[in-house]
Design a protein around this ligand. Structure first.
Ligand code: FAD
Length: 400
């Protein structure tokens, strides 16, 4: 496409998750004219993904968690939204994407297609009873399958596994967790706060099988039998897979874009291809692939400005994560990967304050449980930013 034609082509956003829709909103505040096309593999309902791990406690099904369907969203955003439509190829050198055999030109392209659930290999005849829950459609399928059932086995004891455990326990389910680690949330928490969360979930009835993995899942009449790698056998009715997410990078890599864990972007969210940006769970910003809402929203605000002619770098302040385990409230701000220093833990029972100090004594991270969470605001003020502001000269540098 030549430059004159591309100026009239739409801004194309792939994905209508929190990244895609929030960017579209923010962009429209600054530009009401440029044609806007959103393409999504799902039904395009606007919803808040963090609410998916609160639905059983609040007794909300997928329809109750979905906020606005695609039609009204298109009107609100003055945009075209193509639902149940999967982008199958990127062709940045011709400034277009492909939906099957249909080429779609763009002025600028924003990839906001998120991350996908990691599949674990499990033997046996009951794989269809394993439910990943990474979007509203997944949640709807799981809720339907869970009707009339009682015993749920959760694979994974990370943040999402623990949140689902708390939610399902509050919703009246019997919950067991299996994970190949020695403590819950091993990548986020030191031992003591992890033990506090585990104790809290156990107080609601959760059973933990830490160390083994699920090897086999078989039907025995109306029930399932899960065989773990250490030989233990557990009866259950359903399995939730919460073993982790992997940013979607395959189509980007096939089109020649630089990828690492996520799609590599600079501080202006620019990929290695001209006029192509990436945002949200799929993006690795200056080496950081953070699968949370706060970094995504910082990206949204900066990118909307960049796309309307005001080149704006993304900055991240401290990024504490509030984990939705109300039985043992938890707020954590993990130290940056590779930080050198020590955890120090104080407090009693489930009310713990764990602080991570660097060698020079500076606070680099924390984990607060129980009543200690009230200290988070004061501690946030002492933390370094996750992505500091760029020196002026770098922030003004443009690639084209
Ligand atoms: P997604 O929401 O995954 O959206 C991706 C979009 O891309 C979808 O519309 C999909 O259909 C579309 N798509 C994918 N491939 C294609 C294709 N080829 N063509 C067209 N469209 C495509 N974060 C927090 O900060 N706090 C929390 O409390 C929290 N709780 C969470 C609880 C759960 C259960 C989960 C799963 C996540 C939670 N997170 C939380 C993480 C947070 O929700 C995500 O970081 C965020 O929602 C990611 O948004 P996204 O738009 O990047 O991706």
């Amino acid at each position: 496409m030549n430059d004159t034609n591309s100026k009239h082509a739409p801004l194309v956003i792939i994905g209508t998750g929190l990244a895609g829709y929030n960017l579209a909103r923010e962009f429209r505040k600054l530009d009401s004219e440029t044609p806007l096309l959103l393409i999504t593999a799902d039904d395009g309902r606007s919803y808040s993904k963090p609410m998916l791990s609160t639905g059983f406690a609040m007794n909300k099904d997928a329809d109750a968690l979905g906020m606005t369907v695609a039609g009204p969203m298109a009107i609100q955003l003055n945009a075209e939204i193509r639902t149940h439509t999967r982008v199958t190829r990127l062709e940045p050198e011709k400034r277009r994407v492909w939906i099957g055999s249909e080429p779609v030109p763009y002025r600028d392209l924003v990839i906001a297609w998120g991350a996908q659930t990691i599949e674990v290999p499990v033997a046996g005849d009951a794989q269809d009873a394993i439910f990943p829950i990474n979007d509203l459609l997944d949640y709807g399928r799981f809720r339907e399958a869970a009707q009339g059932k009682r015993r749920v086995l959760i694979l994974g004891a990370g943040l999402i596994g623990c949140e689902f455990a708390n939610d399902l326990l509050q919703g009246g389910y019997d919950v067991a967790l299996v994970a190949p680690c020695e403590q819950v949330m091993p990548s986020l928490l030191p031992v003591e706060p992890a033990a506090a969360v585990q104790r809290g979930l156990e107080s609601l009835g959760a059973r933990f099988y830490l160390g083994p993995v699920l090897e086999r899942l078989e039907r025995h009449g109306a029930s399932l039998v899960a065989t773990l790698s250490d030989g233990q056998r557990l009866d259950c009715d359903l399995v939730v897979s919460a073993v982790g997410l992997r940013p979607r990078v395959e189509l980007a890599a096939a089109a020649g874009l630089s990828v690492n864990r996520g799609i590599s972007v600079d501080r202006h969210l620019r990929t290695s291809a001209q006029h192509v940006y990436a945002l949200g769970d799929c993006a690795e910003v200056d080496g950081l692939n953070l699968l949370y809402v706060m970094p995504l929203m910082s990206g949204v605000r900066a990118l909307a400005r960049t796309l309307t002619g005001q080149l704006t770098p993304v900055t991240y302040g401290p990024m504490p994560i509030t984990v939705k385990t109300p039985v043992c409230p938890l707020v954590v701000s993990p130290p940056a990967t590779g930080s050198v220093g020590n955890w120090q833990v104080e407090g009693e029972g489930n009310d713990l304050k764990a602080l991570f100090h660097g060698c020079d004594g500076r606070l680099l991270g924390y984990a607060l449980t129980g009543s200690a969470v009230k200290e988070r605001l004061a501690l946030n003020k002492q933390l370094p930013p996750v992505l500091a502001e760029l020196p002026q000269v770098l922030s003004l540098k443009s690639r084209d």
